[in-house]
Write a protein that binds this ligand. Structure first.
Ligand SMILES: C[S@@+](CC[C@H](N)C(=O)[O-])C[C@H]1O[C@@H](n2cnc3c(N)ncnc32)[C@H](O)[C@@H]1O
Length: 258
């Protein structure tokens, strides 16, 4: 498996155990909000959780009765996922399938009712080609009335997150030092590893163009996973709920997507 995309965006420097509820570390509680969206808008419960990381969301959804395929390119992250799964209710084990693969090239030979790409992952795809390849893979794996949920930070939040960064306006790639930190039960923070993070700042017009090119219709534009309507500049995230457009993308776009 080619894992070079983990190096390009900086994920290889990450310490995956941080996603396994280290003492005092706040875990993201997006499960109930995502489940709410699934219950309201998904035609079924076959879910694909892309870039699933340590699996908190996938396991939450499986516990809620979903059949979840969870994909990630990092073997160490999947190891954290397996550990968490082993500690979960054995009745859900059959409902979770782990996949070691790349979002830009995966081909699972099945379709899903609901595909999730959240936690700001889209910004880790650093080129037009990778972004189009990923969106194209998603479209091919959606059932005809399936839904695709994409959540990513807005440019204001990307730039506001740290005071020291390099930004290349040509590529829109932002490079910044990334300190991986634990927080103990008293709130004391300890930096345990330093690395570099590289993200592509997502311009809204460009995102709309890519979604159009790859054959998606946007059904809802929210500013968070709680379905607050998107408001510029107040919203911190683009949260789009989409479906595959009736008209497939032009063949030229399809060819570019592999
Ligand atoms: C922000 S983390 C996701 C964390 C996850 N939401 C959680 O709470 O555990 C991003 C994930 O994307 C994965 N990743 C990075 N590049 C990838 C790629 N090209 N294909 C698949 N997964 C990738 C990383 O290994 C990492 O687990």
């Amino acid at each position: 498996m080619d894992t070079s995309r983990l190096d390009s965006c900086g994920w290889s420097s990450f310490r995956p155990e941080l996603f396994f509820d280290e003492p005092g570390r706040k875990s993201r509680q997006v499960g109930p909000s995502v489940l709410n969206i699934i219950e309201k808008y998904s035609p079924g419960r076959r879910i694909l959780d892309l870039c699933c990381g340590g699996g908190a969301l996938s396991i939450f959804l499986a516990e809620a009765g979903c059949q979840v395929s969870a994909l990630d390119l990092s073997e160490p992250m999947l190891a954290v996922f397996r550990k968490r799964l082993a500690n979960s209710d054995p009745r859900i084990h059959q409902q979770v399938t782990l996949v070691h693969d790349d979002v830009c090239t995966f081909d699972l030979g099945q379709k899903f009712d609901f595909i999730i790409l959240e936690d700001d992952f889209f910004g880790y795809l650093l080129t037009d080609q990778d972004q189009v390849a990923c969106l194209s893979r998603v479209r091919r794996h959606l059932t005809s009335n399936g839904r695709f949920l994409l959540a990513n930070k807005t440019p204001d939040i990307e730039f506001g997150e740290s005071s020291s960064y390099d930004f290349d306006p040509q590529t829109r790639i932002l490079t910044r030092p990334q300190d991986w930190t634990t927080v103990d039960p008293n709130g004391k923070r300890t930096t345990i590893r330093k690395g570099i993070e590289r993200r592509r700042v997502i311009d809204p017009d460009e995102l709309n163009r890519l979604l159009d090119l790859t054959g998606f219709d946007i059904l809802h534009r929210w500013g968070d996973l709680d379905q607050t309507p998107f408001q510029d500049p107040a919203s911190q995230e683009y949260v789009f709920l989409m479906q595959a457009a009736q008209v497939p993308p032009p063949p030229a776009a399809e060819t570019n997507q592999d």
